[in-house]
Design a protein around this ligand. Sequence first.
Ligand code: PBG
Length: 326
Amino acid sequence: MFPTSRPRRLRATPALRRLVAETDLRPRHLVLPVFVREGAVEPVPITSMPGVVQHTRDSLRKSALAAIEAGVGGIMVFGVPRHRDATGRAGVDPAGVLNVALADLRSELGDACVLMSDCCLDEFTDHGHCGVLDRAGKVDNDATLTVYAEMAVAQAAAGAHLVGPSGMMDGQVGAIREALDVAGHRDVGILAYTAKYASAFYGPFREAVDSQLRGDRKTYQQDPANIRESLRELSLDLAEGADLVMVKPATAYLDVLRAVAEHADVPVAAYQVSGEYSMIEAAAANGWLDRERAVLETLTSIRRAGADVVLSYWAAEAAGWLADPR
Ligand code: PBG
């Protein structure tokens, strides 16, 4: 007659729900991706990502400080250079925008938060691909590794605690690890983009970094149809020395995240990408959903699926909400 099991009992009050919550979302779990634009005199809004800007060196410092104040676990820096070329030299140059910004942030913040750098060429090449091209115009895997290795060393020298190879070249983690070790940066870690899919959800990011890409990245990023392939990428990255592994995008790939988390013996990150941000911002701007609730729900779901660390453009704001729950 009466149900013998009543799960609703534990949902009856906020205190009961708090007591039995299985997943924790804390500011320390969140990493803020930021953009710095060479030569910018004031922050440049990114139209497709309301609330996100391309920073000046100065506004970047301030926003990084505010994010740390809010308790975020780290900051991931992307550079938007003034000049691009075929091999992305500005990414390797210590005076290039990303390396200068990393040095600024490291001298300002020291070890107060984990400073991460995007270790990829697409922001720096005039063709917009994540690697250098061969004579036929195809992305040349092994020639790209040489540039990634130099880039990682430059970023480590500038002050990055973790470098984040996001280009999905075969062997990128191993090549970077070796170069960092040889250069004496044995304490600088690698946040490997392990399972990165060729996704439509990167759309707004292309505006964020003024990407020059025509075509697509399907010869190096993964097919959304695949999950087993991500476990293969995971084995390779772990064998090559990845310190953390990442799945990207997050929300449409929670099954991949779960699988990677079950198989990884290192911390797992997930990247809630630009399109995931813009979708919720656009819907919220129309009054179609509750922004704060939707954001926290997605972040919690990403944690629940197995992410130890979540990269999100809402990181600083969400950290503020979490410190002061309403
Ligand atoms: C490539 C890179 C991309 C993103 C992060 N690193 C773009 C791409 O692969 O096309 C996307 C991040 C986002 O959409 O928020 N270096």
